[in-house]
Design a protein around this ligand. Structure first.
Ligand code: ATR
Length: 290
């Protein structure tokens, strides 16, 4: 957190509804305090007229915004430009000032990519098993295609939704083989070693005992996994993957890096690995103190 607010202090913030539980102010205010950047980051609870809020922020010379639930796709209508990845995913979480208005980016998928690379969770040339077919799954599916996955298998409670997403990603990334499966179709999994990306809300606090899929034959075939949930720290899904000999990490680093990448875009700086580690420790402490 910066020590003094003065005439040169810049403002950033996050728009959402609800917004009270966001960790983003902690990420960005820690970065600014540590890096000596004169910037304050606050939550904006927007309940109506999102476009007016975005326009107002631009004209108030707000440096940059994050956007969270439920506005990540709706916000695109209020922007002058949308980055290609964000447009394909259909979701924007970061607004950067440009001439005449904000440009939208999706640092959720970029953050997940950086987190997976750092933790050694491989995608290139691998078979990726995606659990879920909602908004977060779209970002993960795009990541799989853009990082050169060999195969993308989308397993979802509503099979047709997974099939539709699989077909779309197959058209976008013709080199990648795609298929959609229901939760009862573990027998159709063709590879014996998947990189899994868990994107459903099953297992998220307070429903901590839920699994996104029950069948052990799925877990037998996963050797690396990321669960985008970060509360609890270890989900039932992660425990199952480990019980069958796989490596599993949670989504806290994805959250860290979506913030860091947004911060880098706004301030035209590079956040060092050491600084990233410091912020990550602060985020972990925040959970311990709850
Ligand atoms: P988000 O944008 O956060 O991804 P979403 O669009 O509501 O949220 O998608 C949630 C995903 O989690 C969906 O794939 C959903 O399955 P359905 O398509 O069948 O709705 C999946 N999901 C949610 N709760 C689940 C549960 N208890 N078990 C398995 N899958 C679940």
């Amino acid at each position: 957190m910066i020590e003094k607010i003065n005439g040169s202090t810049r403002l950033c913030g996050v728009i959402g509804n609800p917004i009270a539980h966001t960790l983003s102010p902690l990420i960005h205010n820690t970065l600014s305090g540590d890096m000596g950047v004169n910037l304050v980051y606050v939550p904006f609870h927007v309940t109506e007229d999102l476009a007016a809020a975005v326009r107002g922020a631009y004209h108030l010379n707000v440096l940059g915004m994050n956007v969270t639930v439920p506005y990540k796709s709706q916000v695109m209508e209020a922007l002058v430009e949308v980055d290609e990845g964000a447009r394909t995913i259909g979701s924007v979480n970061t607004l950067v000032r440009t001439e005449g208005g904000f440009k939208g980016y999706n640092t959720d998928y970029l953050g997940l990519r950086r987190a997976m690379v750092e933790d050694g969770i491989q995608v290139e040339g691998r078979s990726v098993l995606l659990l879920g077919a909602g908004g977060a799954a779209r970002a993960a599916a795009y990541l799989a295609g853009s990082m050169g996955a060999r195969e993308l298998c989308i397993m979802n409670r509503t099979k047709s939704r997974g099939e539709t997403l699989a077909e779309e990603m197959g058209a976008l990334f013709p080199e990648m083989k795609t298929m959609g499966l229901g939760l009862d179709e573990a027998h159709r999994l063709e590879s014996s070693s998947y990189t899994a990306i868990q994107t459903t809300k099953a297992g998220m606090w307070p429903e901590v005992s839920q699994l996104p899929v029950e069948d052990d034959r799925v877990y037998e075939k996963i050797d690396q996994a990321v669960d985008i949930i970060f509360n609890p720290e270890n989900t039932e899904f992660m425990k199952k993957v480990r019980a069958f000999g796989g490596v599993a990490v949670n989504g806290l680093k994805m959250l860290l890096y979506q913030g860091i990448i947004a911060y880098e875009l706004w301030n035209d700086v590079k956040v060092s690995d050491e600084e990233a580690r410091r912020v990550y420790e602060c985020m972990k402490k925040e959970f311990e103190s709850e």
